[in-house]
Unconditional design. Sequence first.
Length: 79
Amino acid sequence: MSESVKIINDYFRTATRSEVDGLLGKIVLSERQQTVFDMYYMKRKDVGFIADTLGFCKSVITNELSAIRAKISLIRRME
């Protein structure tokens, strides 16, 4: 697991709902990315569950999570 993934995952373990809402207000996510974000970070579902629920393969969900993390990292670096 890369260092940036660890940092972002740690952030979501301790962030308040208002902090997460503030972050989401600064990034643009597609509808699918928003769903993946909610299921993974807010509801704490694993990649396999999300893939099965949404009808995609695990690699698609993993790619979406990578794109979401990239957007979050960019915003966090700008702050």
